[in-house]
Design a protein around this ligand. Structure first.
Ligand SMILES: Cc1cc2nc3c(=O)[nH]c(=O)nc-3n(C[C@H](O)[C@H](O)[C@H](O)COP(=O)(O)OP(=O)(O)OC[C@H]3O[C@@H](n4cnc5c(N)ncnc54)[C@H](O)[C@@H]3O)c2cc1C
Length: 402
């Protein structure tokens, strides 16, 4: 029996290895790019945050997030780490729960998967883009340009639309639509958010440890704490990714309130500022040593204070305005960046059309789906790759049963 797999990304490689555990099965993995795991190489800023020890069912989203529970509990984090260890990958867990390869390099993850695929019962075809799937009595006929391939069972692991430059595409949604499968609306998630604040470009590249509150129509919509990065158009970084899902998805005003010194009370900051007022420093240097220099200067300017002043000239009112700027900086948000910049696609193929215990289609027997293509997306921090490993292995083991 031949199990065909479309997509040599995280979930497709996991599915191939799982199906090939049955030595009576021939696995045919088709990848349209020139190498497998191209997107994986870019994950975790090149370090590949492959899982997280804090994974809970509530970390996953979609119209029916409970669809993900069976796969994630059958192939949970400890099982996944054992699987990787058996493949030869040594991993480390950081204090925040994120799991990375010990080498700190995403290519270690891609390499162990790629090398594990070198098995007598696995064939990997690169540069093979499946353009059409035909289901007939013998199974599936896959067309890739002039070539075509047959398989008895088929796993579609084409990934989502996010990260377009790394291979994200509509391909999987279109292939499955032709077989009767429906998709929800697709939206970018784990993505930077744009602001209308004109001075933002001057902060490009600045990082800050920050507590962030997102307000929708003045009401708190989401909160998070961690590293924030300013970009040319808006705000990014783990703290923003965590709450980017659904921000600006409804009409009304959207604002971010940034606290650049979350560990300090207003009183402590005011005391510190008053002590600085006793020095002979210029206002430009007021926040030097506390915040990134560029950020400090922008905050002072935004409080309406002239940069040509000396610290000693600042009034109590001006110190209070600077304190408010540092602890409660308000940015008007406009929209998230597009799919190009997103790490994951929110939305996808309707999960109700699949069996969560096997990942098999309820519409087409012998057809399976896994990974980001389905309407499941996780939080920031290794959750999406864990979904790719768990759902991929479940699909592979199910399809690999004779
Ligand atoms: C920049 C970036 C950083 C990220 N960092 C992290 C992180 O640190 N931790 C985390 O958990 N998640 C991260 N993610 C998300 C994570 O990479 C994805 O959720 C995960 O790779 C999805 O796995 P997948 O197998 O479903 O899809 P993919 O890994 O995208 O694989 C799909 C594969 O299918 C191929 N394909 C598509 N259509 C066809 C076709 N018709 N024929 C043949 N081949 C086809 C594609 O070329 C691709 O190789 C990141 C994403 C991005 C973009």
């Amino acid at each position: 029996m031949v199990v065909g797999i479309i997509g040599g990304g995280a979930s497709g490689m996991a599915a191939a290895l799982a199906a090939a555990e049955n030595s009576n099965i021939e696995v045919l993995l088709l990848e349209r790019q020139a190498r497998v795991g191209r997107k994986l190489l870019a994950t975790g800023n090149g370090r590949c945050n492959l899982s997280n020890i804090h994974i809970t069912p509530s970390s996953y989203h979609g119209e029916n997030p409970s669809f993900s529970h069976y796969a994630l509990s059958k192939y949970d984090v400890s099982d996944t780490l054992k699987w990787f260890a058996d493949l030869g990958l040594y991993t480390v867990t950081e204090e925040n729960g994120r799991i990375y390869p010990y080498s700190d390099q995403a290519n270690s993850v891609v390499d162990v998967l790629r090398l594990s695929l070198l098995k007598p019962n696995i064939t990997v075809l690169l540069g093979a883009e499946v353009q059409r799937i035909k289901k007939d009595e013998q199974g599936f006929l896959l067309s890739c340009g002039d070539a075509s391939y047959r398989c008895d069972k088929l796993i579609v692991a084409c990934g989502g639309l996010a990260g377009t430059k790394l291979g994200g595409s509509m391909s999987g949604y279109k292939l499955l639509a032709k077989l009767g499968h429906k998709s929800t609306k697709l939206r970018p998630s784990l993505v930077q958010i744009k602001t209308s604040w004109p001075a933002i470009a001057s902060l490009k590249g600045v990082r800050a440890n920050c507590a962030i509150r997102i307000l929708h129509n003045e009401k708190v919509f989401a909160r998070s704490c961690g590293e924030l990065q300013f970009t040319e158009f808006g705000i990014s970084g783990p703290v923003v990714f965590e709450i980017s899902r659904d921000v600006c998805s409804a009409d009304g005003s959207w604002n971010a309130i940034l606290d650049m010194l979350p560990d300090w009370s207003d009183e402590r900051l005011l005391k510190w500022l008053r002590a600085r007022r006793e020095t002979s420093l210029s206002v430009q240097e007021l926040l030097t040593g506390l915040l990134h220099n560029r950020l400090g200067r922008v905050l002072i300017q935004s409080a309406g204070i002239s940069m040509s002043k000396q610290c000693a000239e600042l009034s109590d009112y001006e110190l209070q305005s600077i304190c408010t700027g540092v602890k409660c900086f308000e940015l008007a948000l406009t929209e998230p960046m597009g799919m190009d910049s997103a790490q994951v696609t929110a939305g996808g193929i309707l999960t109700e059309q699949f069996d969560d215990k096997t990942m098999e289609s309820r519409l087409v027997s012998g057809l399976y789906c896994c990974g980001e293509l389905l309407d499941i997306d996780g939080d920031c921090g290794g959750y999406n790759l864990q979904w790719a490993w768990s759902s991929g292995r479940l699909a592979g083991h199910s399809a690999g049963k004779e």
